[in-house]
Ligand binder design. Structure first.
Ligand code: BG6
Length: 492
């Protein structure tokens, strides 16, 4: 018997900048992702620019701003994985047909903001961009697949970042709302599930785990940017409901399950604060419509002064989300004690958990952590939950006959789906699950193809070679069976 409700939304997920390619086609403008080079687990991606005297330059991605007066630029001699990605832009029909074959009930994708508004501050949208997504959504419906659309997935138009300072500027709220409203109106009847911002808490996670010397300035900027995004999201929720009462809008939080490293009360408290600082801060505002009490602790600690108007607070209260969506890949240990046995792998950076295994990229594999997270979130918000990212990034080696056997991926997905079923049996309302990178795409953190999540293999390497041919992996057939049985048959 299945633990999952009859209309459970099984599916897969991708984002525009990691899949579409066609970065300069049909009037699309640049985003930050287009000026970030390829990398690897041990080779950090670079961001490229031209400085004020016209000299090319590069900088480690995400760690600092480019020099004053410089502009981000695509430079000769560098490889930028987003430019072609897996060419979903031209191959979406083939890909969606494969998703149809898998039996997907939903497909999560994002709209590239700069396809619709190339600079971001135009009043009139780019018709070719609108048309592309219309065709994608229509194609989904051919197979009975409900699109689940993220409006902003790490790809603000570059022009908005450079001319206005991105989300440091309150004007961004209006640009975002114009974009969101255009999408809600254009795709009325085609899309009813929306996510306002992907992993909105991502900057908090990075700032907490990789502290910079000037942390007060860093947190001041992050909390202000987040405030504008909360208001933008809340206004978008209200608009979505006005335009079509069928619309369901979710927040999207990067979910990591934190455990205290020792029973020392200091660790217990520190662990609790990590949940608040990183996981709850955004969800509390977006689900409850107001800042939580512990925001005082955080704002005081970093001496933060925020631009928050009375109208903002009204909007936050009026625009709470309909569902809580989140990603989950790993758990992490939190301790105030020195410890030499550390692992480094994205959000798992920290103390090694002796009870867990780690992925080839150092991410802690912890299916029970998913159950723990779901139960905690449902207990806190009592809102429908959707797991919109979960999966294993691993190296896949095609066999000599071309087949791709990935029992490790099946084992990962199976264990996580089992724990999700246990959380549902516990009483949590989970309405959907979209496996991340259901077709191999560019890794967001490292820019590689080698780190594959897909149920469908894409023939492409880390520097752009390959035919881009699509091939179902062993996990494709397994997931097909899981969906057909509504999660009752998880056997390998
Ligand atoms: C999430 C992002 O952080 O994790 C995705 O929303 C990303 O865009 C995913 O791809 C997995 O991370 P990575 O770095 O392995 O691609």
């Amino acid at each position: 018997m299945s633990a999952f409700p009859p209309n459970f939304l099984w599916g897969g997920a991708i984002s525009a900048n990691q899949a579409e390619g066609a970065y300069d086609v049909d009037g699309r403008g640049l985003t930050k992702a287009d000026v970030i080079t390829g990398g690897a687990r041990t080779v950090e991606r670079k961001i490229t620019y031209i400085d004020s005297s016209g000299q090319p330059g590069e900088l480690r991605n995400k760690r600092a701003d480019i020099p004053p007066g410089a502009t981000h630029a695509v430079l000769p001699g560098y490889y930028y994985p987003s430019h072609e990605a897996i060419d979903f832009y031209h191959r979406y029909q083939e890909d969606i047909a494969l998703f149809g074959k898998l039996g997907f009930k939903t497909f999560r994708l994002s709209i590239s903001w700069s396809r619709i508004f190339p600079n971001g501050d135009e009043t009139v949208p780019n018709a070719a961009g609108l048309e592309f997504y219309r065709k994608v959504f229509q194609e989904c419906h051919k197979y009975g697949i409900e699109p689940l659309v993220t409006l902003s997935h790490f790809d603000t138009p570059l022009y908005l970042e450079e001319k206005y300072g991105g989300w440091n500027n309150r004007q961004m709220i209006d640009f975002y709302i114009h974009f969101a409203k255009t999408c809600f109106q254009e795709y009325r009847g085609l899309v009813k599930y929306w996510i306002s911002f992907n992993e909105i808490n991502h900057p908090l996670m990075i700032a907490e785990l990789f502290r910079e010397e000037n942390e007060k300035a860093q947190f001041q900027a992050i909390y202000q940017q987040l405030h504008y995004q909360f208001v933008a999201s809340a206004r978008a929720v209200q608009l979505a409901h006005q335009i079509d009462p069928e619309n369901t809008v979710g927040c999207m939080v990067a979910g990591v399950t934190f455990y205290p490293g020792t029973p020392d009360p200091e660790d217990i408290l520190h662990n609790r604060y990590m949940w608040e600082n990183i996981i709850y801060y955004c969800g509390d505002v977006q689900c409850r419509g107001k800042y939580p009490s512990y925001a005082k602790r955080l704002w005081d600690k970093y001496e933060v002064q925020l631009d928050i108007s009375a109208k903002d607070l009204e909007d936050l209260a009026a625009g709470t989300v309909d569902m809580y969506t989140f990603s989950y890949y790993m758990s992490s240990i939190v301790t105030t004690h020195p410890n030499d046995d550390v692992v480094s792998g994205n959000y798992s950076s920290g103390v090694r958990n002796p009870y867990l295994e780690y992925s080839q990229w150092g991410w802690a594999l912890d299916p029970k952590g998913l159950r723990y997270l779901i139960e905690k979130l449902y207990d806190r918000y009592s809102l429908p939950l959707m797991v919109v990212e979960n999966g294993l990034g691993a190296v896949d080696e095609p066999a000599p006959d071309g087949t791709i056997n990935d029992p490790y991926r099946i084992a990962y997905l199976q264990a996580h789906i089992q724990e999700m079923a246990a959380a549902i049996a516990h009483g949590a309302e989970v309405i959907g699950y979209t496996a991340w990178g259901c077709i191999d795409i560019i890794s967001s953190s490292t820019g590689e193809m080698t780190k594959r999540y897909g149920l469908i293999y894409v023939d492409k390497d880390d520097v752009g070679n390959g035919t881009l041919e699509r091939r179902p992996k062993q996990s494709f057939y397994w997931y097909q069976k899981v969906i057909a049985s509504n999660g009752a048959d998880l056997d390998q």
